[in-house]
Design a protein around this ligand. Structure first.
Ligand SMILES: [Ca+2]
Ligand SMILES: [Ca+2]
Length: 624
């Protein structure tokens, strides 16, 4: 009798201590009424073997249809089906063995209302995206700059490679500045937890301030304000009529991620006998002569030594990533995705994840960063008009080919294939895309030299670039600080093009978020962006109009954007002289127009357009 009592007491004690141990679950919770209602919950214990335990789920409308174990016995994958009429609540999931029982309290939350109208709205060519790095933009909460229980404990603004303390509350603080500039959508470099130590890169010991070293997809980094701050940002942006794009990384994780250092099975990561980096050559995916060895190295080689390459051919990994993307859209209420390192990911997986997101959220949009310099390459990674062995289904791409062409048109003299002819030729190849309007058009970003430096710090060329950005087809994206003429080349490191926005941090000598803090030249640049963005916001031709471009002649490149009965005519004069162009040369774009209004000055002209040397002009055409 005493023996039995003792064993009962022991069992109770075991139960208590076992329950006290934390079980992690991925996804951390799920939602009612989702299309994706067969979920795979990866359960992880840091200390105790889970495989072999009996799993019990007792909740109305939730069925456990499978339990899979891995070579690492501290993991299980539970297959749960959540019925369409299942109520929100807490599901007790028990892991039972002869000696103890562990309980995971798994939460099912109500799904959001307003799908496609209040969130998951999609970001389109009618929008203007502002790309910023939260660590470098604005510090709204100095108490979260560093944490002693994280691997990188440094916040030090004097070192460009360290974390600087900027965060999501800082972004919230500047939403009105962005809205005033004409921005409709904020894209932040990733805000997911990057609990990584400093890592050696060519420039020195680098922190994960840029956010691309995920250690937990389900946690927003506390140094950016955590999940609650992110929810508040999305909510505040939506209240202001703005949208949020999230930056996804499917290709790799930080080396400290459990997926690598405590993997459920070794094949969650693409592993090589010795360190093997990617060859970064996307051509091998569409080259009819490519070698299989080169293709494998592009896809499975690691991006850098501290970023293990994720094996998306493993069905558990693929489901993990798909559920993460759906979960984040639902949990935070974001509106679109930018997908990092697109060309390095398993191609069938990419189509699967896009399909799952669009099935769940038909209005959602996404674009991928394939970073390829040919139009055919960029089109390959999107929905396209080409006959190729693999057809991608991505809506759009980060438009590096047009970026190169715009810079060439601004910086180089006209030649048969150079200068404005390169821009004309590049755009001519839009026939390869299913929908070129889905491409993200940009002058610079966090991975390139800054635009103002690339154009020799010339304010006239700045206006040409901004003019083209906001009138050519696509979803325009401005990189933070470009509007106030922030400059630098990526020398000696990328950090030089990722400096702090002046005024975003306590103690800054100047606050360039305000007109008073900016120089006359900076205000000229800011006001130019704001005025043109304001015009674009009202102009359906510039947002969604059909493009017609005319062969460059005598240093002048002309294109029109037409929607129904409205037409806008843009003239880039890269010659050294004033050019006067008769209306009749462009009659085919707008039959019978009799006058044109310069959209920036309001000047009304008739019969001919005069455009000065080195100028870009935008005219709205009027019948009378
Ligand atoms: Ca902070
Ligand atoms: Ca890869």
């Amino acid at each position: 009798m005493r023996k039995k009592l003792l064993s009962t007491l022991l069992a109770a004690a075991c139960l208590l201590s076992a329950n006290a141990q934390s079980l992690e679950a991925y996804p951390s919770h799920w939602f009612t009424k989702m299309q994706w209602n067969k979920i795979q919950v990866i359960v992880r214990s840091k200390t105790e073997q889970l495989s072999g335990k009996k799993v019990s789920v007792n909740y109305p409308g939730v069925k456990l249809t499978g339990v899979d174990s891995f070579s690492n016995k501290r993991y299980l994958a539970l297959q749960l089906t959540i019925g369409s009429s299942t109520n929100a609540g807490v599901i007790p999931i028990q892991f039972i063995s002869a000696i103890d029982t562990l309980t995971l309290k798994y939460v099912i939350k109500p799904s959001r209302s307003g799908r496609g109208t209040q969130y998951a709205q999609g970001v389109r060519s009618s929008d203007l995206i502002y790309l910023l790095m939260p660590d470098r933009f604005s510090n709204g909460d100095p108490t979260n700059d560093a944490f002693n229980n994280m691997q990188d404990v440094v916040a030090n603004r004097s070192n460009p490679l360290n974390r600087h303390g900027g965060d999501i509350p800082g972004v919230i603080r500047q939403l009105d500045y962005l809205k005033d500039l004409g921005v409709t959508t904020v894209w932040m470099t990733p805000v997911n937890e990057n609990d990584m130590p400093l890592e050696k890169e060519s420039a020195g010991m680098l922190s994960g301030y840029h956010g691309y070293w995920f250690t937990n997809q389900y946690q927003i980094d506390p140094r950016f304000g955590g999940n609650e701050a992110y929810k508040k940002l999305v909510e505040t942006a939506h209240q202001k009529g703005m949208k949020i794009i999230q930056d996804a990384v499917y290709n790799h994780v930080g080396i400290e991620h459990w997926m690598n250092k405590d993997a459920p099975a070794l094949d969650w990561i693409n592993r090589w006998p010795g360190y093997t980096g990617s060859n970064h050559k996307e051509e091998v995916l569409f080259d009819p002569y490519a070698s299989e060895k080169d293709k494998k190295q592009l896809l499975d080689g690691w991006f850098v030594p501290h970023l293990p390459d994720v094996n998306q051919r493993n069905p558990y990994v693929a489901n993990y990533l798909i559920q993460f993307a759906i979960w984040a859209t639902e949990e935070f209420g974001i509106d679109g995705w930018r997908v990092d390192t697109y060309k390095y990911c398993d191609e069938p997986f990419l189509n699967r994840i896009n399909t799952a997101l669009l099935k769940e959220y038909p209005s959602l949009t996404m674009f991928g960063e394939a970073w390829t310099n040919s139009v055919s390459g960029n089109a390959y990674f999107t929905r396209n008009q080409m006959e190729v062995p693999f057809k991608h289904n991505m809506l759009g791409g980060v438009d590096f080919p047009m970026n190169g062409a715009i810079l060439e048109a601004i910086n180089q003299p006209e030649g048969w294939t150079q200068g404005i002819n390169r821009l004309h030729m590049t755009q001519a190849q839009d026939f390869l895309y299913e929908q070129p309007l889905n491409n993200c058009l940009f002058l610079d970003n966090h991975d390139t030299d800054r635009f103002f430096s690339m154009i020799g710090e010339d304010i006239n060329k700045f206006k040409l670039g901004i003019g083209l950005l906001l009138t050519l087809r696509g979803i325009p994206q401005i990189y933070y600080g470009t509007e106030i003429l922030m400059k630098n080349f990526k020398n000696p490191s990328d950090a030089m093009v990722r400096l702090d926005f002046p005024g975003g941090f306590a103690g800054d000598a100047l606050n360039k978020f305000t007109a008073n803090g900016r120089t006359a030249l900076e205000n000229e640049a800011f006001n130019y962006v704001r005025q043109l963005a304001g015009y674009r916001k009202k102009s359906l031709p510039l947002q969604i109009g059909k493009t017609k471009q005319f062969l460059p002649v005598n240093g002048v490149y002309v294109f029109t954007r037409t929607h129904q009965k409205q037409s806008v005519l843009c003239v880039l004069n890269r010659s050294n002289e004033m050019r006067e162009i008769p209306f009749k040369a462009y009659e085919e774009s707008f039959t019978g127009f009799t006058k044109a209004v310069d959209v920036l000055t309001g000047e009304v002209v008739s019969q001919s357009l005069k455009v000065g040397a080195g100028q870009f002009k935008i005219f709205e055409l009027k019948a009378k």
